[in-house]
Every structure is written in C-alpha cells, then in structure tokens.
Design a binder for this molecule. Structure first.
Ligand code: SAM
Length: 286
C-alpha cells in the first residue's frame, strides 16, 4: 500500500473517523477476522479488526486502566482474574500490576492478534504474556465459559463489538455460563460500546445481565478513538456495595497497590458510575 493513505473506520454508516497512514505495518485475513496494523502520525500505531479501531498506542491507557482498576480496586481481594478477548495485551498488563493477583487466565479466539500485537504493540503487553501468573488460552470465550471448571474473582470481557466473532459475547447464554465461572462476591465487567451511537447495545446488555445479577450497571470513560462520545463498560455483581464504595475506601487500596496510573484514580473511579439521564433512560428492564 502506498504511504500517506487515509484509512476510514467502517464501524458506522455515514459517520467515521479517519487516520492519515504513513505505513501499513501488517495485514492478514485470519480464520476469524481481517487484522490490520497501521502507523499514523497522530495516534501512533493503530490496530483495526474488520475495519474497526481496536486500540491505538496513544490512547490505550485510558481504556485499559478503567477496564481493570475499577473492578480490581472495588473487589476487596481479587486473586483470580479471567480475561475474555484482550488480544493486544493491555488488559493483561494492567491486571498483573496488582501484586495480590495470583492467577490470570486469558481466553483469546485469535492467536494471530496476540502474535502481531507482541511484535507491533510491545508497549501494550510489556512482557505480560510471559508472566508466570498468566495462562493464555486460544479459544472462543463462549465455548470456554460453557465448559470451564475454574472460578474467578473478576471477569473482564475485552471483546470486539457484537459483530463477527465478538457477537456471541453479548448473548444471554454467554452471560449465564460466564456467571458460573464467577466466585461469590465476584465482579464482571465488559466492553459495551458508545451509548450515544450504540444505544441498543446498552439496553440489551442491561436486560440480559439484570436477569442474572442483583446489581447491574455501567460506568463511563472517554476513549478518543472509540468515537461518538464516552464509552460505557458493563458492571455486574451480586453485591451493590461493591459499586458504591467511597473514594476514600478505594484510595486505601490504591495506596496499598503502590503503582502509578495515567488516567485512573479513586475520584475518577467513583465519578465514572454517574450516568447522564439519556443513558439512565436506556436502562429499562425487559
Ligand atoms: N478494546 C477493544 C474494544 O473495546 O473494541 C477490544 C480490543 S481486543 C483487540 C478485542 C479482542 O476480542 C480481539 O483480540 C478479538 O480477537 C477478541 N475476540 C473477539 N471475539 C472473541 C471471542 N468470541 N472469544 C474470545 N476472544 C474474542
């Protein structure tokens, strides 16, 4: 491909972000999806799956910190973590910063994503895939939870959007089986799109999860390259108090953990659960 091409994201009809591309670093049609990695002057390296932005070097920290530290600092003592998807390694990297975490299983459907991200996004995983606490499984997350005997304190579903291989990770069957893998007092969080653009996604997830958990909600964060406004992450547990802790309670755990973050802090943690009225209106039970 000639340099300085412009790549348009294909997630929405009639509305898109574009990137000036100085170099296409890699492309492949894997068994599951079309994977492309490009160099851009503005966002650094960008990975797209089936034409949809998955992660960029410049803004990945926001998403990965919020996907991980909100549940892991809300849980009183997370020792075992399950990651579904997350092939770029950013979620795994952030989970392993929690020294009280003893074991992480990551279930990624497409090994090519892990291989390519190790090579082209080394700062995402920073060696996390080789951590002795990490157990990497190449499989469909839906099939994994359907037969999984292990249980976990926190489950993080970092999947693509509900199109293509990611679609099954937004179904009631998946959520039901997934919950059998969650320990008592556990927390599940999941990538759940941009509500301003994908409002059905948040309503569907709310209706499906609230049939399984006593406390279902969402929290938000702004990821510049997940266009259309802030992104919502689904939150589910059977203990509402886990979601309603004070910044002071969270701060104690942040201080004890002893690592720096670039986006996440205890005040942002608490504020992220404040939902605007148009999003609250999407939380209607079936
Ligand atoms: N942060 C991105 C977002 O919010 O869209 C997601 C990044 S990560 C690259 C998404 C990962 O989900 C990809 O590696 C993809 O291969 C994986 N994935 C999609 N469907 C899956 C499934 N059914 N089981 C396991 N992994 C899946």
């Amino acid at each position: 491909m000639s340099d300085n091409k412009v790549v348009f994201e294909t997630l929405y009809d009639g509305y898109a972000q574009s990137f000036t591309v100085t170099k296409q670093l890699f492309e492949v049609k894997t068994e599951h999806q079309y994977l492309e990695i490009v160099e851009t002057p503005f966002m650094g390296r960008v990975m797209l799956l089936d034409g949809v932005v998955q992660t960029t070097e410049r803004d990945e920290f926001i998403y990965h910190e919020m996907m991980v530290h909100v549940p892991l600092f809300a849980h009183p003592n997370p020792k075992r973590v399950l990651i579904i998807g997350g092939g770029d390694g950013g979620i795994l990297r952030e989970v392993l910063r929690h020294k009280n975490v003893e074991h992480v299983t990551q279930v990624e459907i497409d090994g090519s994503v892990i291989d390519m991200c190790k090579e082209y996004f080394p700062n995402h995983s920073q060696g996390a895939f080789d951590d002795p606490r990490a157990n990497i499984v190449i499989a469909d997350g839906k099939e994994f939870v359907a037969q999984c005997q292990d249980t976990f304190d926190v489950i993080i579903s970092d999947s693509t959007d509900p199109i293509g291989p990611g679609e099954v990770l937004f179904t009631s069957d998946f959520y039901k089986d997934e919950k059998t893998c969650l320990n008592e007092g556990g927390i599940m969080v999941a990538q759940n799109g941009v509500p301003f653009m994908q409002k059905n996604e948040i309503t569907n997830t709310y209706q499906r999860l609230s049939k399984l958990y006593t406390d279902t909600s969402f929290y938000v964060m702004p990821v510049p390259t997940y266009i259309g406004g802030f992104m919502t992450l689904a939150w589910a547990s059977d203990d509402e108090s886990l979601r309603k802790q004070t910044a002071e309670q969270i701060q104690e755990r942040v201080d004890a953990a002893g690592f720096e973050t670039r986006y996440y802090n205890a005040d942002v943690h608490v504020a992220a659960f404040a939902l605007p009225n148009y999003v609250r209106k999407l939380l209607v039970k079936a």
